[in-house]
Design a binder for this molecule. Sequence first.
Ligand code: HEC
Length: 299
Amino acid sequence: MLLIGAATPADLPLRDARWLTSPDLAADLTHQPAECRSPSHDAALRRSEEIGRIAFRAPLLLGGQAARAGLSCATCHRNGRTNAHFHFPGLSGDAGTADVTASLMSSHRGDGIFNPKPIPDLAGDPAKLKISRDPKRQDLEKFIHGLITQEFDGPEPPPAVLDAIAAYVRSMSPGACKGPADVPVVLGTMLDDVSEAVRLAEDSFAAGDKQTGRLLVGAARSMLGMIDERFQVPGEEGSRRLLREADSDLKAIELANTVSARSFDPWRSKWAERVRQFRSAEARSLFSESVVRRRLGER
Ligand code: HEC
């Protein structure tokens, strides 16, 4: 779909716009498929699923080209589902497909054969899925490990994070799809994800798992970056400054040699107030579908 005389997706500060070939870009940028999950009743497993949910959304989990471009698992599997209009040059054939063995993303597995496949819905019909979800078989762990380290050239993930992503994927099923098929992309959910990532990071550091703690802090920072994209509109310089300050507090934790509960004090003392500020600006930001449409020159 060509938008004649209007802003092009490239003019939009939203990263996702770069890999969407969409008949209605504004709708795609402000909506996503609903997440279909039933969290475990077991507290430890539920915590692991939450870590997986965060890591799934973090570009830093992947390496090389994918990480540089800002791709995460959730770029292709939006909310764990699919992405009907995903199109990444060199990686996709038709919209909604990707070749996860393409040499573009990997120095390991690139098979030199262009073979894009439809992006599967991870909460889809189990009969159509290729990889067994049986926790005893660990097929999912092996597959995800291969995806991260081979297809996407990522660093070796911390063991707790690999288990967590597999646990997160196992918590999805068609039976858990309730309510509408699509949900709006909202600031509130992203802010909750940031809070959750920092909380889980703090627990991980307290339990002596620095690697997982760091990855989660990094994930929280990349989510702040995604929120910042949405605030790149005239008049929201103040919100963006607050986002940068929040990011600096987290960066200090990420880079610290030793992290204790006190390391989180500067962050904790200001986060609630910052959240109030961000929320008050949401309607003027690129979270709003009408603001995106105006920016694209549609109305
Ligand atoms: C560039 C888009 C893309 C990214 C990024 C991506 N995937 Fe996928 N994923 C695919 C495609 C395409 C397939 C189907 C491959 C096939 O059919 O051979 C797939 C398949 C899968 C499957 C197997 C589904 C089945 O049939 O059982 C799982 C699980 C999965 N991905 C999880 C992940 C996780 C976890 C990440 C992040 C580490 C990730 N994906 C990142 C595109 C992507």
